[in-house]
Design a protein around this ligand. Structure first.
Ligand code: IPD
Ligand code: CA
Length: 271
């Protein structure tokens, strides 16, 4: 028997897929016509393109049409926490997008009563759509995905996200410790796709000392459903961002210890 909560989530899961596909197609049109795009900096290395605002506006319109009482929190337009909340990054990896690098995505998460329930990360320039519903598994282009079975940090590939919101010295010191533990450390410059990469086993961990909710709201559901361990980003006050760690279960404790970014005990994956 399906509860009204299940029905609400099913409706939103279906809508999420349509909204993400439409948003990704719009973002892709801007990307393909990048030479005529207005590109600016909001702050140091904080990129903004015309596409960010247009894609977020489209997502807000579609959510308002289908679920007028739901809240939307977006990177460009802000918003407030609500019982039914869509968290939107219209373009994650904006620096990549602005430079013509295909590693960017539209990221949408949905939370009900404070719990992340649905996630979609659409990367149209890569031809990839990640999707998950809590308790129902995670997919990439419709096929189930799992986090890697890696169990030795010295065999791991990790991504350490960076932004100018924290001192670069802190970032470099953490990178040095991870290399010191034998990891291969990289940075692809899209936090959402970084988390998705852990979910499908392309990397063994993603860490960042401070990241915003719109970067990870979709990814945490996808990664947890793929069996990764995910820190409890949305516990407590998350509205001004938090640290994040998402890792393959066999290296998660080691990555947490070396990076100094805690895994909450309540925040393990679904298996
Ligand atoms: C940034 C990217 C980056 C991450 C930063 C984010 P933006 O978002 O996800 O990889 O390290 O924390 O702010 O500016 O590309 O939307
Ligand atoms: Ca972002």
């Amino acid at each position: 028997m399906s509860s009204s909560r299940d029905m609400e989530l099913t409706q939103r899961f279906l809508a999420l897929q349509g909204i993400a596909a439409e948003a990704a197609a719009l973002a892709m049109r801007y990307f393909e016509d990048r030479d005529s795009l207005a590109i600016s900096l909001k702050g140091a290395q904080d990129w903004l393109t015309e596409a960010d605002g247009a894609v977020e506006t489209l997502i807000r319109q579609r959510v308002a049409e289908a679920f007028p009482d739901d809240g939307v929190l977006g990177e460009e337009g802000g918003g407030a926490v609500a019982d039914r909340l869509w968290i939107v990054d219209p373009i994650d990896g904006t620096a990549n997008f602005a430079h013509g690098d295909r590693t960017w995505c539209v990221s949408i998460g949905f939370m009900m009563n404070g719990t992340p329930e649905l996630g979609c990360i659409a990367a149209p320039a890569l031809g990839e759509i990640y999707l998950a519903r809590k308790g129902h598994g995670a997919t990439l282009n419709g096929k189930p995905i799992r986090a890697a079975a890696t169990n030795d940090i010295a065999r791991s590939t990790l991504e350490h996200g960076w932004s100018p919101r924290l001192p670069v010295e802190q970032y470099l010191a953490t990178v040095a410790r991870l290399f010191g533990a034998g990891a291969n450390v990289k940075r692809s410059a899209s936090g959402a796709l970084g988390v998705a990469a852990v979910a499908c086993g392309r990397t063994d961990g993603y860490v960042e000392g401070h990241i915003n909710s719109w970067d990870v709201a979709g990814g945490v559901v996808i990664a947890a459903e793929a069996g990764a361990r995910v820190s409890d980003f949305f516990a407590g006050d998350w509205t001004s961002g938090n640290p994040i760690i998402v890792a393959a279960p066999g290296v998660a404790d080691a990555v947490a210890e070396v990076s100094g970014i805690a895994l909450s005990p309540a925040a393990s994956g679904t298996d």
